[in-house]
Design a protein around this ligand. Structure first.
Ligand code: ADP
Length: 617
């Protein structure tokens, strides 16, 4: 450890951030969390994937005396995590059942000798009395618990061995503990804090917004061809294609492979070896595409996934958010494309309808409806996702947001139809639910409707020329756009919001998505990173060099340099150490270890292309 300052100043922290990690500043919330840990407070952190959680514990681990114990649930990921820490210049090791006896002894002796900043261990390891005895002999700086939601039975990945982590605070009362997770409702948060026994923790709940992800939906027509077209327009980029069934995974992977794409399947029907091999090949950038069922989930740490394509409708918004969240972890632009077809709905209902428990079945149906709404209504996709998690988002109309904000979808003017709906709601006194309003508009007169006299109001039957699905879809749109609201309770009814007046009387227009036969325009591969445009030809060369070096050293390519670092190199053309250190993610250690061949490649590229200016100049 180069630093052993007891109360580091913010200048010390910034210097380490720049010199060791190669970052010019903190991402949102990182500074607060680092400060809390350095002050030896307990902390609880919910941050989305790609939010930069590792830095929050690696930086204090580097600055504090003693070793930081990181609890990490997946043995398969520990080696990559340690390789990434080593490539940054941190002193790190892991202890788990994959080590041979001599390897284990070596790590234990490093631990006992105070030679480590970070030791990654599994929860099972922490349960072993001899390991706790060893820990008692070393100086612990603090404990970081990754994927902390695994301790909660309310969460979606409960792991009984996590319950044992309650002992951390009883066995090591002087040591502070920070729990990290990417998903936790308030209830799960309270459960985690209580189970671990965190003491007045500093709580950070970061926004769920993933600004670098672009969300897009296109009508599903011929999925294999559409997937191929999309993948081709992203040649040389890593992507995940999700399909619902093993059969469709195999067929799609096959189809792509037959068309010259390096694609591999991943599903629970493959044996463990084949699954691990395919994941590993994808991780090393030796295959561009992995076609998978949702079995491909936790345990993907690959930071340079540039797109996630869903060939079928996901089962709910939460899964969709988690699955798309596997792209763009490095903060660089990534695409999330959903192929949506109404034909997927009966397939999902095939699984939902037989559910015997009424509550469970209704919940599954609501989830399905939410997903269909996401795909079909004319409202910013990012806003819809964030609203689902209870987070407000003011759609900016920014073209980097989603296909709707970017004006990539065709819409139709639905103002007249919207006025019909609003008028039907108003004339029936804001007291009826969706089915009744649709029945009024389409002139579907039941006895009850007649008794109420609703067959005599002006809007009765004026919407007969359109089917009921059209009117329901329009009502969904009006709800999402805040023109009307739906009450809660057993008999939800529709009511006008103040904005409805603008539509009825003040010329406000309503647009709806035109969902039929929308051309699946292939996305152009954007040679634009979060730092701006870059030279795609140079990027390809640097990427190939990264793959080669990573293979030689047995680490995933993103451990050598992230896509963000390579994009900046292909933008600014750094050819000396000073310029290289200005690239995001390049610290002193990484520069010394990997900088040479990259600067060499950039020099050669400039020589071969004397007329190509670095994009910034
Ligand atoms: P998480 O564990 O929350 O999913 P990671 O720790 O993997 O996120 O970080 C996501 C990406 O953000 C990584 O590529 C990392 O290099 C990058 N990153 C982390 N902190 C910063 C920072 N301060 N500035 C720029 N990039 C950062």
């Amino acid at each position: 450890m180069t630093e052993s300052v007891s109360t580091p100043t913010s200048t010390d922290i910034r210097r380490v951030l720049h010199d060791v990690f190669g970052f010019g500043g903190f991402l949102p919330n990182q500074s607060d969390i680092v400060t809390a840990i350095l002050a030896r407070n307990d902390a609880f952190v919910v941050m989305p994937t790609g939010g930069g959680k590792s830095l929050c514990y690696q930086l204090p681990a580097h600055m504090m005396d003693g070793v930081c114990m990181v609890i990490s649930p997946l043995i398969s990921l520990m080696k990559d995590q340690v390789d990434a820490a080593l490539a940054t210049g941190l002193r790190a090791a892991f202890l788990n059942s994959s080590l041979s006896a001599p390897q284990k002894r070596r790590v234990e002796s490093q631990l006992a000798g105070g030679e480590l900043d970070l030791v990654y261990v599994s929860p099972e390891r922490f349960a072993m009395p001899e390991f706790i005895a060893l820990l008692k002999r070393v100086s612990l700086s603090f404990v970081a618990i990754d994927e902390a939601h695994c301790i909660s039975e309310w969460g979606h990945d409960f792991r009984p061995d996590y319950l044992n982590l309650a002992r951390i605070i009883t066995e090591f009362p002087q040591t502070s503990v920070t729990a990290f997770t990417a998903t936790a409702t308030d209830r799960v948060q309270q459960d985690i804090v209580a189970k671990l026994g965190l003491r007045s923790p500093h709580v950070v709940r970061a926004s769920f917004n993933r600004p670098n992800l672009f969300y897009k939906v296109i009508p599903k027509e011929k999925p294999s061809e559409q997937i191929l077209r999309f993948v081709r327009s992203h040649t040389g980029e890593s992507g995940i294609v999700y399909r619902t069934t093993r059969k469709s995974v195999e067929q799609t992977a096959d189809y792509l492979a037959r068309h010259g794409i390096k694609a591999l399947p991943y599903h629970a029907g493959l044996d463990d070896t084949a699954r691990a091999r395919n994941q590993d090949v994808f991780n090393r950038d030796d295959a561009d595409v992995i076609v998978a069922t949702i079995a491909f989930g936790m345990g993907i740490d690959k930071s340079n996934v540039r797109y996630v394509l869903h060939g079928d409708l996901p089962k709910n918004i939460e899964s969709y958010y988690q699955e798309t969240g596997r792209s763009g972890r490095d903060g660089e632009p990534a695409q999330c494309l959903l192929l949506f077809g109404y034909g997927d709905i009966p397939k999902m209902r095939y699984f939902i309808d037989p559910i015997e428990n009424d509550d469970e079945r209704n919940r599954a149906l609501r989830c399905l409806n939410d997903m269909v709404r996401y795909a079909t209504i004319f409202a910013c996709r990012r806003k819809q996702l964030l609203n689902y998690f209870g987070e407000p988002y003011a759609a900016t109309g920014d073209e980097t947001c989603c296909d709707i904000c970017a004006g990539q979808v065709e819409s139709v003017d639905a103002t007249r139809d919207a006025q019909i709906v609003l008028s039907a709601i108003a004339r029936t006194g804001n007291r009826f639910g969706i089915n009744h309003i649709v029945a009024v508009i389409t002139g579907d007169a039941s006895d009850r409707l007649r008794q109420l006299g609703h067959d005599r109001i002006k809007t009765f039957g004026v919407g007969q020329d359109q089917d009921k699905r059209h009117w329901r879809g329009l009502i969904d749109n009006l709800l999402a756009q805040g023109i009307i609201r739906q009450t809660t309770g057993d008999y939800p009814v529709l009511q006008l919001e103040a904005k409805a007046q603008q539509v009825l009387f003040e010329g406000r227009t309503i647009e709806m998505l035109k969902t039929q036969r929308l051309a699946a325009r292939p996305a152009r591969r954007p040679a634009v990173s979060s730092a701006g445009p870059y030279n795609a030809a140079l990027f390809d060369q640097l990427r190939e060099l990264r793959r080669k070096l990573a293979t030689e050293q047995g680490v995933p390519p993103y451990v050598v340099f992230t896509d963000r670092s390579l994009h900046e190199m292909a933008r600014f053309f750094p050819v000396d150490a000073g310029d290289m250190l200005r690239i995001t993610g390049v610290g002193e250690f990484r520069l010394a270890r990997y900088g040479g061949p990259f600067m060499e490649t950039i020099r050669a590229f400039r020589k071969a292309h004397p007329n190509v200016e670095c994009v910034d100049s």
